[in-house]
Design a protein around this ligand. Structure first.
Ligand code: MD3
Ligand code: FE
Length: 202
């Protein structure tokens, strides 16, 4: 594993996965989506998010009019599918941890989708890192600070890139400003998938 680029406490492993590994993960995630279909997330204030979202693992992340939270079942009442083994292996490799993640959140970005600056703080335990895997089209990832405001840095994340957010970066504001739709041929119909692996308390 080559040494990561460090930006604002984020560790970026560029091209961590080769094309074959990206193809294999897309295959795994299609299996996940068959059991837990992508949904249109709606924020507690009623805003419809532009990404499509699903999860795997012991718990999945949900947002609706009732709030942001982790739930042990899908909205249908069915359990979430297991985290794909290849993603658990990736987690162990980049973090060196023996504690596995509880949730694998899967975001799909179609044409025009983005994600505003936010913190991830529904996990209840911020001592563990979050690991992100980018698949498909390139995306402009913005990294901020643990409090709102201040300077931000941006990097284009490409298919196969892995980002580890630990330490102070764990509670940093971050978001996706835009996706270069059609820049990769990994996904048949274009777009970008981002996977985040998280430890969730409880
Ligand atoms: C920094 N996803 O799902 S991944 C998210 O590309 C999310 O879909 C973006 O932000 C995406 O919450 C960015 C990079 C990322 C993920 C989780 C983090 C950065 C993070 C958690 C804490 C700090
Ligand atoms: Fe996030």
């Amino acid at each position: 594993m080559s040494s990561p680029l460090r930006v604002k406490g984020f560790q970026i492993f560029a091209e961590y996965l080769d094309r074959a590994a990206c193809d294999a993960l897309v295959h795994d995630l299609r299996d996940v989506a068959r059991v837990a279909p992508f949904r249109v997330p709606v924020t507690p204030s009623g805003k419809v998010m532009s990404v499509r979202m699903t999860s795997a693992g012991r718990v999945g992340w949900i947002t609706d009019q009732k709030g942001y939270r982790y739930e042990s079942v899908q909205p249908s009442g069915a359990p979430w599918p297991p985290v794909p083994v290849r993603l658990l292996e990736l987690w162990r490799d980049v973090t060196g941890l023996t504690r596995d993640p509880d949730c694998c959140l899967v975001n799909y970005y179609g044409e025009g989708a983005k994600m505003g600056l936010h913190q991830d703080k529904d996990e209840g335990d911020f001592d563990w890192p979050v690991v992100s895997v980018s698949l498909g089209d390139e995306a402009l990832f913005r990294m901020g600070n643990p409090t709102r405001g201040g300077s931000t840095d941006s990097v284009w994340l490409k298919s196969g890139d892995v980002v580890v957010m630990g330490g102070a970066a764990r509670l940093a504001y971050h978001g996706i400003d835009r996706v270069r739709f059609g820049s990769s041929n990994l996904l048949k119909d274009g777009g970008r998938i981002n996977v985040t692996l998280r430890v969730v308390a409880g």
